[in-house]
Design a protein around this ligand. Structure first.
Ligand SMILES: [Zn+2]
Ligand SMILES: [Zn+2]
Ligand SMILES: [Zn+2]
Length: 162
């Protein structure tokens, strides 16, 4: 058996304080772990994932080179609301509400007006994985799917609270 030593890459930034929490600013927004608009995405097939453009693709409308979003419905690359808002206009025109940021690979739902948690939403993983592979040259470090055995209630011997 190969003991895959998954070294935590990217943690060596040399910061003195070892904070366990992710992010130290108060601006952290909670990502949703579900979204009713996911069925709008095409099923993740090899064919569909082959259409994911490289993360340095320019906006298909104004050719802005960076900070672009990938429409997860039609795989169009469009610039952010801080550039020329083409992704936002695309959503308003077509109703395509799911987009993946090529700058940090976060997924935004315009209809939910919220980020979506790619770690928790299985439907988002294939395209996220492909984008991550193209951007960083390696697959994302997903957490293990221990959510799957939540059904077995593990608090059998909990002390009564009376
Ligand atoms: Zn644009
Ligand atoms: Zn689209
Ligand atoms: Zn949504």
């Amino acid at each position: 058996m190969s003991s895959s030593s998954s070294a935590a890459a990217g943690a060596g930034s040399g910061e003195p304080s070892s904070t366990g929490r992710r992010g130290r600013t108060a601006g952290w927004v909670e990502a949703r772990t579900s979204c009713p608009h996911l069925p709008a995405m095409p099923a993740a097939s090899a064919d569909d994932l082959a259409r994911v453009p490289p993360p340095d693709s320019p906006c298909s409308r104004c050719h802005h080179p960076a900070e672009n979003w990938l429409c997860l419905i039609c795989k169009d690359v469009l610039c952010s609301r801080f550039i020329n808002k083409h992704m936002l206009y695309h959503y308003q025109d077509t109703g395509h509400c799911l987009a993946l940021s090529f700058s940090d690979l976060s997924v935004w739902c315009f209809a939910c007006d919220s980020y979506l948690d790619v770690q928790s939403i299985l439907e988002l993983r294939p395209v996220y994985e492909v984008a991550h592979l193209m951007k960083f040259g390696q697959r994302p470090p997903f957490r293990s799917l221990d959510v799957l055995d939540l059904s077995s209630g593990q608090n059998g011997g909990s002390p009564s609270q009376s």
